[in-house]
Design a protein around this ligand. Structure first.
Ligand code: AMP
Length: 384
């Protein structure tokens, strides 16, 4: 089955055409600056419909006369309704649209992408794969905030969690590497990219995760603060900062960028090695906070059987992994320095044989997971 995976943002459209059975990527790309004038002053790409025409051109060569069988969309917020990927129809599209207030930067763009495809290829089945869905198994004691009930009942204010497609995929691959059934996997997954989150997995299911109502809660990220005392927001409001200014401050001007002068892990590690104290401080704060979450989630899952690193930093940064694992001595975890230094696209173990908990690196592949989920939903719909 050929599945076109779409990640539609407000001004960009990422795509990958995948042969699901073979596991191959046939073609991939990104259309950027949608809705902006071209950099040379030309007319540019006015909207997502125009962007899809460019995608269509790019696909034609790779398809070589074959047809696309389905489209899979990465949708950021599935609210409380969506616990699984779903076949999209008009009602589902409107249900996703109703979740726009919960993810104002992301869901509207996802809906635009879905409608543009429906216009262009009305016969093509489309599937929505939600970033929040994997975390629908969180128990109430993990998703409740300790605030008055009307915040939840009227405004949907609770913890949702994100990066679910990645956490689920990586948990499955980690289980396979360790030779345990996915349904029997207990562990802590650390998705460390520009956005970062930790998930506690018990019996293959998410039982807690560090992102909450929005992707701002939890770990120190590239430009996001992660956890802070909520009174800081009130204080800043009283000092005269507007809601938009506070939003910008915490989402785009904080995190590693604020602490160390760069949001990029490679830059920070290089600077710290040259003796830059600010960069070192950023690495110390981020690794300390992450190690605290690992300790907490070791408790949440009733004893982790694996600690798993993934995404840009988790897969590539030997130095950051070392900083984190060195803080886990109380759990009896011990790093194998040589294994940690290996660079490889394969899932692997980087802890010593005598480590109380194995530490793994498992590359994530959200597009692959979306393509496979899309194919499964379409096959079930045809069969059913
Ligand atoms: P992602 O959002 O998953 O693409 O991850 C982006 C983050 O991964 C950035 O902080 C990058 O600095 C980091 N990253 C990517 N490649 C490397 C690398 N080779 N070594 C260290 N960090 C890396």
């Amino acid at each position: 089955m050929l599945v076109l995976v779409i990640n539609s943002g407000s001004s960009s459209l990422k795509y990958q055409l995948r042969d699901v059975a073979a596991g191959d990527v046939l073609v991939q790309g990104i259309v950027e600056r949608i809705g902006f004038p071209a950099e040379d002053g030309g007319p540019g790409i006015p909207n997502h419909e125009a962007a899809l025409e460019l995608v269509d051109d790019a696909l034609r060569g790779a398809l070589a006369g074959r047809g696309i069988d389905a489209v899979g969309h990465r949708v950021v917020h599935g609210g409380e309704r969506f616990a699984e990927p779903v076949l999209i129809d008009n009602e589902i599209t409107r249900a996703i649209e109703r979740l726009n207030p919960l993810a104002p930067l992301h869901n509207p763009a996802n809906v635009v992408g879905i409608r543009a495809i429906a216009e262009k290829w009305p016969e093509l089945p489309q599937v929505a794969v939600f970033d929040t869905a994997y975390h629908r198994t969180m128990p109430e004691h993990a998703w409740r905030y300790a605030v008055p009930d009307w915040l939840y009942t009227r405004h949907g204010i609770r913890r949702y969690g994100f990066h679910g497609t990645s956490h689920e995929y990586v948990a499955g691959r980690a289980a396979a590497l360790l030779g345990v059934d996915a349904e029997a996997f207990d562990g802590v997954i650390l998705h460390l990219g520009n956005g970062a989150s930790a998930t506690a997995v018990h019996g293959g299911k998410s039982v807690d995760t560090s992102m909450g109502f929005t992707p701002l809660e939890g770990l120190v990220m590239g430009t996001r603060s992660g956890d802070i005392d909520p009174s800081i927001l009130v204080y800043l409001g009283r000092q005269g900062l507007s809601p938009d200014e506070i939003d910008d401050l915490l989402n785009r001007e904080s995190g590693l960028k604020a602490l160390g002068g760069s949001h990029d892990m490679r830059t920070l590690v290089d600077a710290a090695e040259r003796g830059d104290a600010k960069a070192q401080r950023a690495l110390d704060v981020a690794s300390y906070r992450l190690a605290k979450y690992v300790g907490a989630y070791h408790v949440a899952v009733g004893g982790a059987k694996a600690i798993v690193f993934t995404a840009g930093i988790g897969e590539n940064s030997t130095a950051f992994r070392r900083l984190v694992v060195d803080r886990l001595g109380a759990l009896g975890v011990a790093l194998d320095e040589d294994a940690n230094a290996v660079r490889s696209p394969e899932p692997r173990i980087i802890s010593r044989a005598d480590s109380a908990i194995p530490v793994l690196v498992v590359p994530t592949d959200e597009e692959r997971a979306i393509a496979e989920a899309t194919a499964a939903v379409v096959r079930a719909a045809v069969a059913g």
